[in-house]
Design a protein around this ligand. Structure first.
Ligand code: PMV
Length: 324
């Protein structure tokens, strides 16, 4: 048993398939270079102590028996539920001090909640010497996310664990790496925070009024994801870009576009991107533009002119790992 360990996991960007992936369709997600890290240390008192300054949590302390009960601050929820679920399953019954640190803002929609959930579970497994496969970590982390949010596909959890670029089906039914050498993405942040659960709910309400129409939109999105997988394997990035544009049309139909996202998306396309679309739940957070190398500067400038903030990211990076 180790006394202390630091674990890190990458953030994520959805490439194609958001919303439909909540309803048994596939998506494609890539892990981004900005990482979130979690340091865990065993303490003698049977409490969870948490410092997560990036999300405004300092001096948080709760007895192990109270985990998941009472008012839980937003920034502490995922870590607390992850410790609770891990403790219930593996009976560690030991106090733990946890400190989280992020290289990216929790506002971007890069999946900081999922990354911290994954890091806590991996870190506890390492510290208590419990052998967990990636799929074991996925199942417990996904369960934790569902306990808190009620809905979600788990794509962000998979990206944090496996890294790379993944073809993913709802709940981890399929998690398959897509071998790609390069994924030249320009990322633009809208400055607007999107609330994933609210937007899933809004789409669900639309689906209750137009079940067949929305289901056929999900079916088309699923086909676009399949075609993108083929295009990636054939290394035809312009085709991937075209499919991203198709998908953006579908997301507009679902009602999760916004004027700000559209301004940035059209600016990127006009400046030479192969394709551009929103990434994630929609309305705010980030847009992505698949861009030929010789157009990257033009696309970045266009996004900035349209009011977005360009965020430099590495894509296709390593999943969860123990730091030295
Ligand atoms: O808001 P984000 O970036 O976590 O993306 C949400 C994507 C959805 O498909 C709407 C939800 C999900 O869990 O797949």
């Amino acid at each position: 048993m180790k006394k202390q360990v630091t674990v890190s996991a990458p953030g994520k960007l959805m490439l194609l398939g958001e919303h439909a992936v909540v309803y048994n369709r596939p998506c494609i997600v890539t892990a981004v270079g900005q990482r979130l890290s979690v340091t865990l240390e065993i303490i003698s008192e049977k409490r969870l102590e948490l410092e997560a300054e990036d999300v405004g949590v300092t001096g948080y302390s709760k007895s192990l028996t109270d985990l998941g009960l009472g008012d839980i601050s937003k920034g502490a929820k995922f870590v607390e539920m992850a410790v609770k679920n891990f403790n219930e399953k593996y009976k560690i019954n030991s106090g733990i001090r946890i400190k989280t640190k992020s290289e990216f803002s929790s506002q971007f929609g890069f999946g900081s909640s999922s990354a911290s959930t994954v890091c806590v579970i991996k870190g506890l497994a390492v510290i208590f010497d419990i052998k967990l496969s990636n799929k074991d970590i996925f199942n417990l982390a996904y369960q934790t996310v569902l306990d808190i949010q009620g809905k979600g596909s788990g794509f962000d959890v998979a990206a944090a664990i496996y890294g790379g670029t993944l073809y993913f089906v709802t709940g981890g039914k399929v998690i398959e790496p897509i071998e790609i050498k390069e994924l030249p993405l320009v990322v633009g942040y809208t400055g607007i925070k999107a609330d994933t659960v609210t937007l899933i709910q809004a789409v669900a309400e639309k689906a209750s009024r137009h079940p067949d129409l929305i289901d056929s939109i999900y079916m088309h999105i699923g086909k676009m994801v399949e075609a993108t997988k083929v295009a990636f394997m054939a290394k035809t990035l312009p085709v991937v870009g075209e499919l991203m544009n198709f998908d953006q049309g579908m997301l507009e139909a679902l009602g999760v576009g916004s004027a700000k996202l559209s301004a940035m998306i059209y600016a990127a396309r006009d400046a030479g991107a192969w394709g551009a679309k929103l990434s994630g739940a929609g309305i705010g957070d980030c847009m992505i533009a698949l861009t030929p190398t010789n157009k990257v500067v033009d696309v970045e400038e266009a996004i900035t002119r349209s009011g977005g903030q360009v965020i430099k990211v590495q894509t296709n990076v390593e999943g969860v790992r123990v730091e030295k």
